[in-house]
Design a protein around this ligand. Structure first.
Ligand SMILES: Nc1nc2c(ncn2[C@@H]2O[C@H](COP(=O)(O)OP(=O)(O)OP(=O)(O)O)[C@@H](O)[C@H]2O)c(=O)[nH]1
Ligand SMILES: [Mg+2]
Length: 309
C-alpha cells in the first residue's frame, strides 16, 4: 500500500484500479473484487506488468525526460514528486549508476532526493563490459569520477544483477550501515534498480527466510525506462527496516527521452560491449568535440554504430 493507504501493484507500484484498460495498475474488476474480499490485493500484478514481464514494450511516462512516442499515463515530473518525501526521512540510500552510460545515468542531483542521508554507490551491469576489462581500473576510475562530481559516498561497488558479481558485498554493506533504517534503491530510469533488488533477494534467500518469501512478489524489471511507477515496499530484512524499490528519475538528456520507444529495444546492449575507436574519417574537430562530451555520448554513438553495422 502507498502512504495514502491505496493498494498498489506489486510489480510496478502503480495504484490498483479497474478503470482504463491498458493503463498502469489496471486489473479486471472480477479479479480485483475477489482479491479484495480475501484481503490479498498485495498479491495482484496489473495488466501492464504482465505484458512487460513477457517482453512487451509498454510505455507509461511522458513529459520532460519521458518518451517522445508511445502511451503516456504519468509525467516524469509526477514520478519525481513521488520521491520528494524521501529527503525528510531517515534512510540509507543505495544509488545505482549504469556503467554503460555512467555520466548520463549518474543523477548528479541525487541530494535533491536523498537529503543528507548516507549514500552507498552501486555501479550496475558490469557483465556488459568487454571480457578483458580490468575491474580494478574501472573501480579506480569510478572513485575518481565520484570525487570529481563532489559526491560524498560511504563506498563504491561494481555489480551485475545478471552474473551476481558484487551483490554479496553490497548486501554486507547495507546490513552494516542501515542500523534499523529503511533502505531506498534510487537512480535514473532503467539503471537496473528492480533487477538489483531481485539479485539481492536471490542472494539473501539462501540464509534468510524473509528474503526467500519476498522473492515471490518482487518488482518487475524490463527494458522499458519507466517500469517502476511508485515506491514499492519489500519485506526483505529479518531485523528492522524495509527495502524500497523506487521509480527511476527520467533525465531529458538520455536516449529514452529522444528516441522513439519502439526503437529502444534495438539500442539496449544485449551482450558484452566491444571496444571501438572512432574511424579516422571523422574530422578532427568533430572527434575532439565528441571526446570532450561525456562517456555516455561516446557509448550512445557506439551503440548506433553497432546497430547500423
Ligand atoms: N546485462 C545486464 N542487464 C541488466 C542488469 N541489471 C538490469 N539489467 C537490464 O536493464 C533493464 C532495466 O532493468 P530494471 O531493473 O527494470 O531497471 P530500473 O532501474 O528498475 O528501471 P525503472 O523502473 O524503469 O526506473 C532490463 O532490461 C534489465 O534486464 C545487469 O546487471 N546486467
Ligand atoms: Mg524498476
Amino acid at each position: 500500500k502507498t502512504p495514502s493507504g491505496v493498494a498498489c501493484c506489486y510489480g510496478c507500484g502503480a495504484p490498483l484500479h479497474t478503470g482504463e484498460e491498458g493503463s498502469p495498475g489496471h486489473v479486471e474488476p472480477a479479479t480485483y473484487d475477489l482479491k479484495k474480499r480475501h484481503n490479498q490485493l498485495k498479491t495482484v500484478l496489473c495488466g501492464r506488468c504482465k505484458l512487460l514481464s513477457h517482453g512487451h514494450m509498454v510505455t507509461a511516462v511522458g513529459g520532460h525526460g519521458g518518451y517522445p512516442g508511445g502511451k503516456q499515463f504519468v509525467s516524469a515530473e509526477e514520478l519525481r514528486e513521488k520521491l520528494s518525501y524521501l529527503r525528510h526521512e531517515k534512510a540509507l540510500i543505495v544509488k545505482l549508476v549504469d556503467i554503460v552510460d555512467f555520466n548520463g545515468s549518474f543523477l548528479s542531483r541525487i541530494r535533491d532526493f536523498a537529503g543528507a542521508n548516507p549514500i552507498v554507490l552501486v555501479i550496475t551491469k558490469v557483465d556488459l563490459l568487454p571480457r578483458d576489462t580490468d575491474l580494478n581500473c574501472i573501480g579506480d576510475w569510478v572513485v575518481e569520477s565520484v570525487v570529481r562530481k563532489k559526491l560524498n559516498v560511504l563506498s563504491v561497488h561494481l555489480t551485475s544483477s545478471k552474473s551476481l558479481v558484487g551483490i554479496t558485498g553490497v548486501i554486507s554493506e547495507i546490513q552494516q550501515e542501515k542500523k534499523a533504517r529503511d533502505v531506498y534503491i534510487l537512480g535514473s530510469a532503467n539503471v537496473g534498480k528492480s533487477a538489483f533488488i531481485s539479485a539481492m533477494l536471490k542472494t539473501m534467500a539462501y540464509k534468510d527466510p524473509v528474503a526467500a518469501a519476498a522473492q515471490k512478489y518482487k518488482p518487475i524489471q524490463s527494458a522499458v525506462p519507466g517500469t517502476t511507477l511508485g515506491p514499492i515496499q519489500i519485506e526483505a530484512f529479518l531485523g528492522g527496516g524495509k527495502l524500497y524499490d523506487t521509480p527511476g528519475v527520467h533525465l531529458h538528456h538520455r536516449q529514452a527521452a529522444v528516441i522513439h520507444a519502439d526503437d529502444l529495444p534495438s539500442l539496449a546492449p544485449q551482450s558484452r560491449l566491444k571496444g571501438r575507436c572512432f574511424p579516422v574519417c571523422i574530422p578532427r574537430s568533430v572527434k575532439s568535440m565528441l571526446l570532450s562530451q561525456n562517456f555516455h555520448t561516446n557509448l550512445f554513438l557506439q551503440n548506433i554504430m553497432l546497430c547500423s553495422g
